[in-house]
Ligand binder design. Sequence first.
Ligand SMILES: [Zn+2]
Length: 152
Amino acid sequence: MENPVAHDAEAGGTGSGDDIRPTDIVFECPHCGKSLAIDYHGAGLTIPCTDCGEDVEVPIPEGMEVYDIDSSEEEQEIRILNLRKSLVAAEQRISELENQFEALRARHERLEDAHGRVGGRFAVITAQVANIRRGLQELAGALEKISAAARE
Ligand SMILES: [Zn+2]
């Protein structure tokens, strides 16, 4: 990248076409007080004053990151594209996880159903066992009566 060059920022100066562009940083030379303008790519650079020739540090405008200055539009576009790609990848991952979660939830529900059915079956078996036990007790009682009668 070509280094930006400061130019005269004083209105109605020489009329040499040194207009201030919207992308220019306008500042004053601390040595001679000359009003200077430089393209924003010059932020943070040390340049010679166009008037007195002293080295002047170009101020970095508030809210501007040096990173913004260093990246060309192309680089920033690539960065945005990469961010979009990451975003798409993240969204795909999220939807994968949502699908996995949905599958696990459905499986969990099926297991709960199965567990409920097993539980139901177990209750039936318990009732049947209780019936059989009652039957056996009745049978034992009947056998006792029979054996008592046989001893008489
Ligand atoms: Zn100066």
